[in-house]
Design a binder for this molecule. Structure first.
Ligand SMILES: Nc1ncnc2c1ncn2[C@@H]1O[C@H](COP(=O)(O)OP(=O)(O)O)[C@@H](O)[C@H]1O
Ligand SMILES: N[C@@H](CCOP(=O)(O)O)C(=O)O
Length: 330
């Protein structure tokens, strides 16, 4: 459940009066999500999402997210727009929080993707990367390689080993490995960095919206592809790899953007990095979320299982074979 800040209809009606958005007809807190408080708002004119930014989003980053979504929308990508008020302001303060009214997009996020849906997501990711070629603003990846040791330290060895015996040592060894092998000199661009199934809205096999850009940052395109691969191509608990989803996701991405040779070579390391990033943030949340919090903690070990998969040479050969096919077909 992600409604950290409670709002009443009177407050939202007063807020809406600043907009040319009609009168409030319905207001519902949205259970999904982890980071921010989100409300579904229906008015006499349209439907909207009202987001209140909670502690993990730095308000100083909001202009980057605003510019990114504007750029993508103007390039024809299916992303929601920030709605300006009557004075042209898109950023407000509500209940003591930075708040924005956002375009509502139709669609649902899938929990058990089909091959066609994985392909459509690969295409949408590739189109997004192509559209961001000329996006100039930058935001360093605050959850990138250089943050992982610190994050592990904040979890403490006892905390990590409490989740699984030996986890602290495993994470330290993985940090060592990734620091030694992380690809250098690949171009850095704006990426989504969290394109999990819950951040892709779909109607049938069609992508109707890419949402939740609040981890978007400047990093390697291959890392974004790796995050998406790790999120889409496994059973949600990480216990099984789905090769058909992988083939289709990579094929879809390749058809829309292409996968150059340096990115292809870097993908196995990026996949390990993506797993470590989500393993660590999930461990941090697991350890630090109070038992009575309204938010559902996500299982860290689902990303340890994925990490195990990407550390196995036979699995990497299979993945490289799929990439080779996408590469040759492209
Ligand atoms: N623009 C949108 N259109 C339709 N639904 C949305 C939109 N933005 C968010 N949602 C809904 O709200 C949920 C939570 O949003 P999300 O941005 O993922 O929250 P958080 O940043 O807290 O993780 C999504 O799973 C989706 O159901
Ligand atoms: N995708 C991350 C958590 C971030 O949550 P989101 O709802 O903002 O995507 C994970 O699964 O660990």
């Amino acid at each position: 459940m992600a409604v950290y800040t409670q709002l009443g209809p009177e407050q939202v009606s007063t807020f809406l009066a600043h907009y040319d958005a009609g009168e409030l007809v319905a207001l519902k807190g949205i259970a999904e999500g982890v980071e921010n408080s989100n409300y579904f708002v229906e008015t006499t004119k349209s439907r909207f999402i009202l987001t209140l930014y909670e502690n993990r989003v730095d308000p100083a980053d909001l202009p980057f997210f605003y510019a990114l979504l504007k750029h993508l929308h103007e390039a024809g990508c299916k992303v929601p727009r920030f709605i300006p008020d009557k004075k042209g302001e898109w950023l407000q303060n509500l209940a003591g929080r930075p708040a924005c009214l956002i375009e509502f997009l139709q669609g649902v996020s899938v929990t058990q993707p089909t091959s066609a849906q994985a392909r459509a997501t690969g295409v949408a990711l590739g189109q997004m990367h192509a559209a961001l070629t000329d996006f100039a603003l930058q935001r360093p990846n605050s959850l990138g390689l250089s943050s992982w040791r610190k994050l592990a330290g904040q979890c403490t060895n006892a905390g990590l080993d409490g989740i699984k015996d030996g986890l602290a040592a495993r994470i330290e060894a993985e940090c060592d490995y990734l620091e030694r092998h992380w690809p250098e000199n690949l171009p850095l661009r704006a990426i989504h960095a969290d394109l999990f199934p819950d951040n892709v809205l779909m109607l049938g096999d069609r992508v109707t919206g890419l949402i939740d850009f609040y981890f978007a940052c400047t990093d390697a395109l291959g890392y974004d592809l790796a995050v998406t691969h790790s999120a889409w191509c496994f059973a949600s608990d990480g216990s099984r790899f789905h090769p058909e989803l992988s083939r289709n996701l990579l094929g879809g991405y390749d058809s829309a953007h292409g996968i150059d040779a340096p990115t292809r070579a870097a993908l196995p390391i990026f996949c390990r990095g993506a797993c470590l990033r989500f393993l660590l943030t999930r461990c941090y949340d697991w350890i630090n979320t109070p038992a009575n919090a309204l938010v559902t903690r996500k299982d860290p070990l689902a990303f340890l299982r994925r990490l195990d998969f990407y550390c196995d040479d036979a699995n990497i050969s299979e993945l490289m074979g799929q990439l080779g096919n996408a590469f040759e077909a492209g």
